[in-house]
Unconditional design. Structure first.
Length: 89
């Protein structure tokens, strides 16, 4: 019988986190939301910080999910680049 190692636990945790993120704020839902608030465009890199923070705050209210999760999901769907993600954190 094989024991579950650290790398197995990391993979299990990563899969569980990914499932939870997709369950709480699905990619299609988030993409549609961003496009609705950005004239059909998915990319938010040119938005100023205040506008981006307002959008994130509205997502928090509408979907009841944590700030950092929203920022991470925005990066995952290529709405924000790595630098914007870092600045938001």
């Amino acid at each position: 019988m094989r024991r579950i190692g650290d790398s197995d636990n990391l993979l299990i945790n990563a899969k569980a986190n990914r499932f939870a993120a997709e369950f709480l704020l699905p990619t299609e839902t988030l993409s549609t939301y961003v496009k609705k608030h950005n004239r059909g465009n998915i990319n938010l890199d040119n938005w100023n910080n205040h506008a981006l923070l307002r959008l994130i705050a509205q997502l928090q209210i509408d979907y009841q999910v944590p700030y950092r999760m929203i920022v991470k999901r925005l990066h995952e769907i290529d709405s924000i680049n790595k630098q914007v993600k870092k600045n938001c954190y």
